[in-house]
Write a protein that binds this ligand. Sequence first.
Ligand code: MN
Ligand code: MN
Length: 466
Amino acid sequence: MAEAKEKNEKKEKLFYKQKNVYDIISDEEKKACEAYAEGYKRFLDACKTERLGVKYMISLAEKAGFRPYAFGSPVKAGDRLYFSNRGKALTLAVIGSKPFAEGLNIAAAHVDSPRLDLKQIPLYEEGEIAFFKTHYYGGIKKYQWVAIPLELYGTVALKSGEIIDVAVGNGPGEPQFCITDLLPHLSGEQMKKTLADGITGEGLNILAGSIPDKESEGTDRVKITLLEILNQKYGIVEEDFISAEFEAVPAFRAADIGLDRSMIGAYGQDDRSCVYAELAAILELEKCEKTAVCLIADKEEVGSDGVSGMKARSFERFVRSLCDTQGTRIEDCFANSFCISADVCNAFDPNYPEVSEKRNSAKLNYGVCLLKFTGSRGKSGSSDASAETVGKLRALFDKNGVTWQMGELGKVDQGGGGTIALLMANRDIETIDAGVPVLSMHSPFEVVSKADCYMTYKAVRALYNS
Ligand code: MN
Ligand code: MN
């Protein structure tokens, strides 16, 4: 017996043991986690597009005392600033007591999610039914987007310069949209196709309406009805779609999943689970030593290019303006900064164990997941955080009661993916990926664990307070 005990002591001392949050969380913290999840679900329902997300975050930030940053104006410790990049990306900062030369503590996430964008000439009629043509945005499995309820958000830039916001489907009694699928009875040929080919990109046409205009003759009478509705409600005509961005997104509400309510199902949790973690952490931050920055990027799902993506220089513009007020070179500020690239990863799914290597895969309820590297094949397309960077974070999390785990995106050579981590690291900022493990990632209804979301918030909070 004594010998056996000694053997266990060695294990206790030497082995790396991962912990399920629910085995170690206090009752008090479990309550805090529940409360956090309620706020997060409200956020998910209000922020289904990048524009709605930025708007909602600004409204919360202003309530918490954040003000728009006036470029070039002096700042002092405790100032709470935000910078909206064209309404699609957002930077929030709490100015620290230490000079910018000592670096920033940055948490960076992205607010865009895979979706169906309307084409620029979207509306057409076929068989006396009207449809919207779409072009998907980001990595989707097309078959998942048929036969589910959709809602539609649009921003229309009129020639007059006026901007019209359109929102249909969000709210009680609102009409919704969908894409039809073939009945099983007639799907013999379709069912022989691969999942990749069964539903095509050009087949993702959204059902838009079906009443023909009684007063008109000839073809396209349903199209007339719909354009008339749009014209009456929003004052727009068909040509205005040309300078518009319409996004169709799943109409599901965020919901608790499971009898124990331990999980949340919703659209767009990649990467809004991390966006909310950062937001919650910075909104409650009163003071800090190093300046805390919450970076919410757009366009991550399509490669981070464009004026609102993380490859754009608007982040430099913001930081340089801050640095200039203290006569600091932005290069020195970046070199001393630390960034958590807060993005989701896949959670080990016992339904599909073959794609993961279970010893190195993120598990539901095991806390915020660190990824030393992402990328594909031989870590290609990854910034591969250094041992020192991982070590620093591991110590920080342990010190602050953050339950964390280590993961990687699937087995070696199984596939892979990237985040904005390399774009931050390429700026000479020490960067590591850490985020929420997700089931059914990139599907219209993604699932996360409440405990993991809460631990991601605690992780960002720990960074801001370090
Ligand atoms: Mn992501
Ligand atoms: Mn993604």
